[in-house]
Ligand binder design. Sequence first.
Ligand code: 4AZ
Length: 252
Amino acid sequence: IIGGENSPRGGWPWQAAVRLRGSQADGRLVCGATLIHSCWILTSAHCFKRYGNSSGLYKVRVGDYHSLVPEEYEEEYAVEKIILQPRYHADSNDYDLALVRVSGHRAHGGGAAGECVRLNRFVLPACLPARRERVPKGISKCYITGWGDTGRAYSKTLQQASISVLSKRHCEQRYSDQFTSRMLCAGSTHNNHRVDSCRGDSGGPLVCERSSGSWVVYGVTSWGHACRLQDAPGVYTKVSTFVPWIRKVIGQ
Ligand code: 4AZ
């Protein structure tokens, strides 16, 4: 995250990370992700472009704040399966969404029936938007979060930044037909304080607070022209488009 700040501990309890498992690169950050159900995280499909989509290569970490310090509510889970959005093709950024099912916590014991990730004050799912729901205009505060590049290096602590969802015109002007109706355009509206997602934040959430106080994952960090360039807003997969597919896959 460029132009962000340290998040409060436990401030974004749905923030998860996909990390490499085993080998020399154990624990290396692959992508951000959002817990949307005790057994499922939402991330972007392009996260699996580099190392492939076989589940044994990855693990999911939840409840984390400082990536190098073991914390009380931090847990890691094996990946049971990775489901890429069927219309995603690795040669474009369209349909850039994936669902990852995590293995249950039998090894740790003490979980509720049908639960995979153990939920608590530091580990809670975000809400899905309604099908075709638009981001509420004006009233809602939206944030991006992640451990990705801050402009100097990847962050050790979870970063947050307040961001505005922009009209699609901003991204259509900048990216022409690479920007599709499956995408959201977001960035900062003033030029002297740029805010953006960057390498390593991909797959992570763009959340906004509804007037009811619930937090909804409207976007999944996907792509953009570098980070923080003038007139280069960030592009996020529009989750509301995919709610029927998500519900079908996760079975609710
Ligand atoms: C990336 O390289 C990346 N500002 C992620 C997000 C954005 C640009 C690049 C959007 O993963």
